[in-house]
Design a binder for this molecule. Sequence first.
Ligand SMILES: Nc1ncnc2c1ncn2[C@@H]1O[C@H](COP(=O)(O)OP(=O)(O)OP(=O)(O)O)[C@@H](O)[C@H]1O
Ligand SMILES: [Mg+2]
Length: 121
Amino acid sequence: VRIERDFAELPRVSCAPQQIKQVFLNLVLNAGQALDGEGTIRLATRFGGGDVTASVEDDGPGIPPEIIDRIFDPFFTTKKIGEGTGLGLGIAYQIVRSHGGEIRVESEPGGGARFEVRLPG
Ligand SMILES: Nc1ncnc2c1ncn2[C@@H]1O[C@H](COP(=O)(O)OP(=O)(O)OP(=O)(O)O)[C@@H](O)[C@H]1O
Ligand SMILES: [Mg+2]
């Protein structure tokens, strides 16, 4: 798996760093699991409109439209028993919301997945 980094200069953000680390760990783990050994993960940050945004994008299989509305639900998983609890994105969602931010996903089947986290700067 290849990792591409595209980091902009960012202002300081007031946050709980361990929690925010957990968010990006969950997103990068998911991307890695989706790629299953082959592909690219792209990490990017931007600053604009007073907000910091950070995205995690992979060029894996993407997320089927029929489940995309449920992926942030706690315990929703498509992984085998023992491989995933389905908590990763639920936790990420709660952490981002508690920081006054927003987490969004864009995906087309076969076109990879892109998660974007926006935090007030
Ligand atoms: N980058 C991605 N590409 C394709 N599907 C994804 C991606 N990220 C998440 N998903 C889908 O969203 C579901 C929920 O993700 P979430 O991280 O909440 O749980 P999980 O990865 O299944 O388990 P856990 O994170 O607890 O190990 C996944 O099972 C998968 O179907
Ligand atoms: Mg996960």
